[in-house]
Design a protein around this ligand. Sequence first.
Ligand code: G3H
Ligand code: ZN
Length: 287
Amino acid sequence: MLVSAKEMLEKARDGKYAVGQFNINNLEWTKAILLTAQEMNSPVILGVSCGAGKYMTGFKTVASMVSSMIDDLKITVPVALHLDHGTYEACYDCIDAGFSSIMFDGSHYPIEENIEKTKELVKICKEKGLSLEAEVGSIGGEEDGVIGMGECADPNECKSIADLGVTMLAAGIGNIHGKYPANWPGLSFETLAAVKEKVGNMPLVLHGGTGIPEDMIKKAISLGVAKINVNTECQLAFAAATRKYIEEGKDLEGKGFDPRKLLAPGSEAIKETVREKINLFGSAGKA
Ligand code: G3H
Ligand code: ZN
């Protein structure tokens, strides 16, 4: 059964660890992530961007696939199905489709409009028992057409959004989607501490989890980050393993071209990436 992310994130915040959000793109991704979370007895959040939702033919298909897979695989750890960087319209579509958690990314709106729209979504998510993530400031780089300038969040604006009653808050702290450039100055812990100071106990979300050095991840968790999003790293791992399989000519041996064989090394690579992240974030054994 899908659950809201509220309880797992509050437990993570109190226990000083973080729950991983791993983005899904298809059946292989979903299965690899669910099996790894189960194997490690860890709560998990499956992220679905608007683009990935469209690719998988629609949010309803995604919700049915994930719910059925949880049953068929006998997954017992808490799983939240979460809209990632949702537009205002997509939030309503996912609420309708049966998602258990929503992110409204209103970071590109003027703050007044971000507040107004977030407020409306707080009301409906509370009525339906769904968790809601809001964003202030922006995440640099690009993810599925969502482009951010990477400006650090204003702590006072974070407080205005947190006070609306959202479940979790993503604040831009110099984090970037995709690979970090060599000259990246690192996360702004000054901003993170100032945001925490203003929003108190609110679980914070760190986007752009791919490639952030381990010490920074640990420091971010110590400053209130309870959810960390990882997307690109699974994609890179899948692509590298699939490339290796093909370059070694394995698709030409026997029935190596069968998609169940061809996609297997990529699935294993996703599992390994998720395993590493769950260990790093400290959520193993916390289901
Ligand atoms: O919303 C999803 C993420 O923030 C993932 O970022 O692709 O850099 O790991 P990433
Ligand atoms: Zn993100």
